[in-house]
Ligand binder design. Sequence first.
Ligand SMILES: Nc1ncnc2c1ncn2[C@@H]1O[C@H](COP(=O)(O)OP(=O)(O)OP(=O)(O)O)[C@@H](O)[C@H]1O
Length: 302
Amino acid sequence: GQLGISLSSVISFNSTLAMLLWFWTQLETSLGAIARLKGFEEVTLSENKPRETSVPNEEWPASGAIDFKNVSASYGQGAPALRDISFHINAGEKIGICGRTGSGKSSLLSVLLRIIDIDSGSLAIDGLDLELIRRETIRSRLITIPQDPFILSGSLRLNADPGGNASDESIIAALTKVGLWDILESRGGLEANMNTNPLSQGQLQIFCLARAMLRTGKGKVLVLDEATSSVDSETDLLMQRLIREEFSECTVLTVAHRLDTIMDSDRVIVLDAGKLVEMGSPEELMKREGAFWGLRGGSHSD
Ligand SMILES: Nc1ncnc2c1ncn2[C@@H]1O[C@H](COP(=O)(O)OP(=O)(O)OP(=O)(O)O)[C@@H](O)[C@H]1O
């Protein structure tokens, strides 16, 4: 009897000891993580510059007019990615941005979103100088659809509406419009974890359009960077139609490789080696037989 009690005490002590060790390891790991975060916060400088303090009113940008004046920008020591770019975009205009690989299309959007700094010149939305506004404010007021969709670890609802502002009905309506609701509903609906059953790259791009549609009314500028690069041309057409319908009130900037995507833009910006070489309606530019016409293959037939 005594032996049994001792053995059982030894076994339960053993498991208590194992639990203690496990908790201790967890504690050490957590403390390490906290220390690293604290270190990161101390060492990492805020990306905001001292003068970027303005907080625009809630409605900004109320119209979505964009002005670039002699904007040049570069990545560190390299050659300038943008050289002396000037243009005015009217509120509500649909603008296509095109040019060869490396011509500066993405960089143009990056300066607008204040991801890269400008070396000289100025840029403004609705008359407000972007260099005076906190960067997170700018990014939260512009609606973007990126080239590489990002998915948060969590439910469909969280991913469709990370700000938590939309009703279930409007999320379902947006996903139905883009043609994804049937698939997503069959995979468990709004509560299903998005990482369990990943969507294809093309489906993710369509998903990002629905996510952006849920933000209309919360911004007047939509920025798309090759947002339809992984979908077939039929889906591209559907996405372009939805963008025209759902963002009719917004200024829309679309970077496109596939020129068909931007043929019904109001105007097109053509970049070459960081310079703006042409800007005008697609018809005008095709008639001119210049850079845009050249990118289209130098032919009027398509
Ligand atoms: N992160 C970076 N670091 C350094 N240089 C960069 C970086 N991103 C782009 N560049 C350079 O800036 C210039 C413009 O590139 P950008 O990506 O804006 O062109 P793009 O027209 O969007 O090209 P693509 O069609 O290939 O996406 C190129 O010379 C490129 O090499």
